[in-house]
Design a protein around this ligand. Structure first.
Ligand code: TRP
Ligand code: SF4
Length: 430
């Protein structure tokens, strides 16, 4: 399989690094689910989205037309760029597939971790991130909110703090004695962002997917853990039977569970054993009883991971190096110039290019075309092959990418103008 990937137009040099994440962190390869996804997003088809946790439960919800959610967010700091667009596209795709969609402007995080003033958080949050999100296709009733203005999120964060202790937070985030408390709190606010879609105000427990870059995985792992720690009951599959256990003795609820499950059920003081049951059915009964007894019944959140874009100048994208990124607010002419200066996978001389072929998997211009600018898979595959076979010059790719980028940005920036007029539809204003 890895051999095949080498000659795949969606391949990348660092695919090997990504595959390490599978074994090391327990992320699953997205490829295995791809065939089950209805109308997969180009990021999925092109292996830009490479990994997931628990995405199967999202696919099941889509297929069975059951409620599910999508949620992600950004700190309002720095210009909104093509890297952010990827997460936004993924949120919007899921919203169009029927998800309840949530977008957080992580102003508490930006304020506490990066020292961004509240005023700047609001301005940057709206003028950079929110306008682009709406212009890319986010629609009501999807929710866009600022963490600091959301009492539901803040209350949930406080509640989650009961289950999180300092030594595990330090192990996950590297907190030390010097770390200030608001920074720590902001990580719980992020867990609350992720879990709030499952609160009864938003329709109760459901699978929710969080599209993020892999750097956010520690948050996901912590939140998945907190979600299960907040449960009142645990459903465990044992040899020959299924056991439902209460974390804290709760006789009444235990009775309710035993009453509702059909078949061979044995009720004990703190658990119920079921000898011929279906796990899924039992889980849903347990969840319903938990809600009736004022519990949360959270599903652990699912996640999707995408490849990071490289910086156009080689190396990482960084807002500190303006030529390394294309901001969604860059004047199209400036963006086109950045594309023309970008690092390619071309050879030093044209003769070598003809003889050896280029290296599209190392080429930032190819990446722009693959991630953002070309819809048609066959067209992308053709560029890849032509490049590999030495039949393509980098000049040709650059003018194509510059032209498409100019067109995209013009349209997107018009869309941002219209989005400003629509802020009140999302309960926002500036
Ligand atoms: N921590 C994220 C960042 O650094 C922002 C964020 C806040 C977030 N809440 C979230 C991401 C919930 C995903 C889900 O940009
Ligand atoms: Fe990149 Fe195109 Fe040059 Fe190939 S020909 S290295 S794809 S710019």
């Amino acid at each position: 399989m890895r051999e095949k990937i080498k000659f795949d137009p969606w391949s990348t040099e660092d695919i090997e690094d990504y595959s390490k994440l599978f074994d090391e962190f327990g992320v699953s390869p997205f490829e295995d689910l791809l065939a089950e996804v209805p109308n997969p997003h180009p990021y999925m088809r092109r292996h830009v989205i490479f990994g997931h946790r628990d995405y199967q439960s999202i696919l099941d919800a889509i297929r069975e037309s059951k409620p599910f959610g999508v949620m992600s967010g950004f700190m309002p700091s720095g210009p909104v760029h093509l890297g952010h667009k990827m997460v936004m596209d993924e949120i919007i795709w899921h919203q169009q597939m029927g998800a309840d969609a949530f977008f957080a402007v992580a102003d508490m995080e930006a304020h506490s971790v990066r020292g961004v003033s509240w005023k700047e958080c609001t301005e940057v949050g709206i003028n950079e991130y929110v306008l682009s999100l709406i212009a890319l296709g986010f629609e009501p009733p999807g929710r866009i909110y600022f963490q600091s203005k959301d009492p539901v999120v803040k209350d949930l964060a406080f509640e989650l703090g009961v289950e999180a202790n300092l030594s595990e937070m330090s192990a996950i985030y590297g907190f030390s004695g010097e770390t200030h408390v608001s920074h720590m709190m902001s990580t719980l606010v992020q867990s609350a962002d992720i879990l709030q879609a499952q609160l009864s105000v938003y329709g109760g427990p459901k699978p929710v997917v969080i599209p993020v870059g892999f750097d956010q995985d520690p948050h996901i792992r912590l939140t998945r853990d907190l979600a299960s720690r907040m449960r009142m009951f645990k459903v465990e599959t044992r040899e020959g039977h299924i056991s439902v256990r209460a974390k804290h003795p709760n006789k009444e609820a235990m009775h309710d569970i035993a009453d509702r499950i059909e078949g061979d059920v044995k009720l004990y003081a703190e658990h119920v054993d079921i000898y011929d049951g279906d796990v899924k059915k039992i889980e849903s009964i347990v969840r319903a009883v938990e809600i009736e007894h004022d519990g949360y019944g959270f599903y652990p959140p699912s996640s999707l991971y995408h490849r990071f874009m490289s910086g156009l100048t080689g190396g990482k994208m960084s807002s500190a190096i303006p030529d390394s990124i294309i901001a969604l607010t860059d004047p199209p002419g400036i963006a086109a110039e950045k594309v023309k200066k970008a690092k390619t996978g071309g050879r030093v001389t044209l003769a070598d290019q003809r003889k050896l072929g280029g290296e599209p998997q190392k080429c930032t211009v190819y990446e722009l075309l693959l991630f953002h600018l070309i819809e048609d898979d066959a067209h992308i595959a053709e560029i890849f092959t032509e490049c590999k076979e030495g039949k393509r010059t980098c000049g040709k790719c650059k003018s194509l990418a510059a032209e498409l980028m100019t067109e995209f940005l013009r349209e997107h920036q018009d869309g941002r103008g219209c989005a400003r007029e629509r802020l009140d539809e999302f309960g926002l204003k500036i």
